[in-house]
Design a protein around this ligand. Structure first.
Ligand code: GTP
Ligand code: MG
Length: 199
């Protein structure tokens, strides 16, 4: 799929205020600093569409972007950043949870996983809970440029094996690097395929 246009639409703390629409909506979630905002920039080939930062906790709102004047990407705040105050952590946790519970427009949730490290319980728990809510999801491994070529497949299969303990059928997965731009074509193809199936 070619990206012709990608525009920021709106940021919201309140899910109820997010734009109502009847187009496909794809949201990006994952631990703080896993590379959600960077991936959105890479997918849309817009360097500064979503705000990124080397320090965790950059994205604090629900950010809607419109692509090709036809469908939406959503950049969500990350989970699991322990250095926040308890109040702030709870606020973000609730924002994410409410988005997942209430957002009828959500077509597919992309859960981002750092490909450089062993499976983390916080990610496995998150995926389990989202799965139990019946949300269609796909796994996106990030930062594939940051791990040895020989180690990458091992990390991926370890994570998928851990997931298999909860799932009869594994969700689709993608391996990406926003730094190198790898894997993003496949992700866009997947989005296009869903868009086409929805008409
Ligand atoms: P929060 O908004 O804080 O939850 O973080 P985020 O998940 O949106 O992460 P963000 O895109 O801001 O990236 C966090 C850091 O990871 C930045 O320093 C990015 O440059 C870096 N990063 C993102 N993607 C990649 C990648 O593919 N490879 C490498 N090496 N670094 C990356
Ligand atoms: Mg972010």
């Amino acid at each position: 799929m070619t990206i012709q246009t990608a525009e920021f639409v709106i940021s919201n703390a309140n899910v109820e205020k997010c734009p109502a629409h009847d187009r496909p909506e794809y949201a990006f979630i994952g631990r703080s600093n896993v590379g959600k905002s960077s991936l959105i920039n890479r997918l849309t080939a817009r360097k500064n569409l979503a705000k990124t930062s080397a320090t965790p906790g950059k994205t604090l709102l629900i950010n809607h972007f419109m692509v090709n004047k036809d469908w939406y990407l959503v950049d969500l705040p990350g989970y699991g950043y322990a250095k926040r105050s308890k109040v702030e952590q709870e606020k973000l946790r609730r924002m994410i949870e409410t988005y997942l519970d209430k957002r009828q427009e959500l077509t597919c949730l992309f859960v981002l996983i750092d490909s450089r490290i062993p499976p983390q319980d916080i990610d496995l728990d998150f995926i389990r809970r989202a799965g139990n809510k019946g949300i269609p999801l796909a796994i996106v491994f990030t930062k594939a440029d940051g791990v040895k070529k020989s180690q990458l497949p091992q990390n991926i299969s370890r994570f998928l094996r851990a997931l298999k303990e909860d799932w009869d059928e594994l969700p689709p997965h993608f391996i990406t690097s926003s730094a190198k731009g790898s894997g993003t074509d496949k992700l866009l193809d997947y989005i296009e395929q869903i868009n086409n199936s929805l008409g």
